[in-house]
Ligand binder design. Structure first.
Ligand SMILES: [Zn+2]
Length: 117
């Protein structure tokens, strides 16, 4: 992928990440009946630093999405972004645009969904 596309994807991923985290923060604040200001700022934490309690407030879908996003960000750091984790081919840029956290090209994804990972 071109550097510019990757930068755009990174921006998009960080935005998605913040959206999930602020949802979680809202739920957390609501469930505790505490003000927003007493909620730790998740956006500043690295993926390994989410507290257990915070993770407990994630539902499955949010949890999975965060993992996907963090994994994609890691692949950007390691220069592996946009490359299929299964066959090593470049994933179609259009696909990466629609789903910036895609790990597999469309062919491999279809196989995996059929036969399991
Ligand atoms: Zn593939």
């Amino acid at each position: 992928m071109k550097k510019k596309q990757i930068e755009k994807a990174k921006e998009e991923l960080l935005k998605m990440r913040n959206e999930v985290l602020s949802e979680v923060q809202e739920n957390y604040a609501a469930s505790r009946e505490i003000g927003e200001s007493n909620v730790p700022d998740l956006a500043d934490m690295s993926s390994n630093a989410y507290s257990r309690e915070m993770l407990h407030n994630l539902n499955d879908a949010q949890h999975r999405k965060l993992q996907d996003i963090d994994a994609a960000l890691e692949r950007i750091e390691q220069d592996e972004y946009g490359v299929c984790a299964e066959c090593g081919e470049e994933i179609a840029p259009r696909r990466m645009e629609v789903r910036p956290f895609s790990r597999y090209c469309i062919e491999c994804k279809t196989e995996i969904e059929k036969f399991g990972e």
